[in-house]
Design a protein around this ligand. Sequence first.
Ligand code: BDP
Length: 716
Amino acid sequence: EDGLAAWLRYARVPSASRHLGKLPSAVVTLNATKGYPVHTAGQELVDGIGGLFGKKLTVAKSKPKGTTATVGTVSAYVDKNPSAAKGLPDLVEDGFYLKISKGNVLILGQNERGALYGAFHYLSVIAQGNVSDFTLTSNPDAPVRWVNQWDNMQDGGTHGSVERGYGGDSIFFWDGHIREDLTRAGQYARLLASIGINAVVANNVNANASILTPENMDGLARIADVFRPYGVQLGVSLNFAAPQLLGGLDTFDPLDKTVVNWWQGIADNLYKRIPDMAGYLVKANSEGQPGPMTYNRTLADGANLFARTLKPHGGIILFRAFVYDHRSLNQTLDWKADRANAAVDYFDGLDDKFEDNVVIQIKYGPIDFQVREPVSPLFTHLRRTGATVELQITQEYLGQQAHVVYLAPMWKELLDFDLRVDSKPSTLKSIVSGKRFGQKLTGYAGVVNVGTNTTWLGSHLAMSNLYAYGKLAWDPEQTSTGILKEWTTLTFGHDKLVHDVITKISMESWPAYEDYSGNLGIQTLTDILLGHYGPNPGSQDGNPWGQWTRADDDTIGMDRTVWNGTGFAGQYPPEIAAMYENIETTPDNLLLWFHHVPYTQKLKSGKTVIQHFYDAHYKGSATAQTFVTLWEKLKGRIDKERYEHVLFRLIYQAGHSLVWRDSVNQFYFNKSGIPDELGRVGNHKYRIEAEEMELKGYKSYRVSPFEAASGYHCVV
Ligand code: BDP
């Protein structure tokens, strides 16, 4: 149990032999071609039922005797059974229909991919022990359900690392090329297909232009080949300056004819090799990346350049809204400067300027994957052009898989948030499904960043986030606990205690992490300049990245009001703007996101801001201690390999949460000079400082930032 099979282990279900009669005995695939999803579906049914129940199925072309699982597209089925057409439901692209009746299984997809999704769904249901009859029509909530990988083609010229990846090297790239052995890429596609993901952008948004050399395009085609059996399409991230960097042109101006022709050549060459390519992902004019604004062109000019070259081939472009200029942000000179304003400012007036195969990919919050952010207001400004919400499965600011943080509850809160456009119900999920404004191309993009580690993400428990991402992108009405239950059964089996423990840890994990890393909307107080890991509240200000707390000796928080602050609150529709504008109506958990207040400001709970900080850091880290003892109850109830792996991480998290607690509390205690009412902060009377012990083979040294260790000292 090294994690490689994730939730597709097909481990034997309890009392398997009792259920054999309720299962099919043979599989019939309709019009299956090897290398395409219907064929794969047939194979998965054989493997799945074999593994789960020990029943060996035969694969037949026409109807055999006995119970049968029939899988194919609706059209293939109706061709063979014209009279059946009437009874079938309407399916949208990628949707599926399942009918289970006395061991006979009918799995029909709107397309081949849908058929495969239906097969995976059926297998997941029976793996959870349910072999009774049912009928289900399932359509995805949105058409775009993509995954982004931030994989580098090369790193220092040697190998393929993954930016913000915590599960090893790239499964796609090595040494500036596409790997020869793409086995893992195929296995990844299988996992993704089982949760309804339909495309993967394999290379980093900070794209290397060399991805477009003829040799690398051949390599990309090989990736697409291993994805295809699972209905997963390949997307490619582009470097806006590639015409210059790779093509040798003296410009990359999006309106220049030679540039347009160059990009058309690229699209044609890619589609020659990969006719079913999904399209592009583009990060432009952000964090030093080139873009159309380099030539005073609009973001729409930039996006449309690619959109037009893709159109003849049926591709789409996901153009990122993560646009800001870290060189122009200066908080010391400009009190009104605010990175949170950037996206709406840059996209202002462009909604009706984009080609219809452009989708704007918007991070859930206006800054950057923080532990708590308000929903990005840009979602309310794009009514003609469709949007995808960008979520981050890789826990860049959220403990980097060394801390367990189950993210579905956070995503649900964001997706359920009602933005009140035109004073009408306008939840984020209704916007990204296209239902609220009626756009055709909308959906989800998740930054996943798996690597070569057999656990994929570096931690077994972190995989519930990937599972939940796919499930919510398909159906955002699903509950966090419901998704978790499914995932736990498929990953760890049916033991009730295993379920109870994983549910408790997971459901408490995001609130705990928020409590000890950064609460009241102050953002995750990590180190900003380097790894985004570990506490460093002092790095939050005075940096050009715009993740500011504006903390001084007496006050803290970003004033983002219109009347006195950066004006960000005014980017929301009036009802929401009014809520955030007013300190009384701003929820406590976003108070410091929107307001600059004294440490003594009273919260709705009656506590002061500073006392809340102290208490929350104690509470969150205390919760993290309980994860270890909870997990220890599972000894012997799950396999040793995964038990030990998770335990090691939870022990680490428990310790690191204390470092978080004391660093952040000490930092604000030093700044504010306000003592903790309970006398805990700065008073570690039971602690034994490592540097004061007799050190054999260790040396004591002063650390920076000072608050990262008690007493300013570490031992190495
Ligand atoms: C930030 C990451 C950086 C990414 C950037 C992005 O730190 O590595 O390149 O976002 O999303 O969160 O483009």
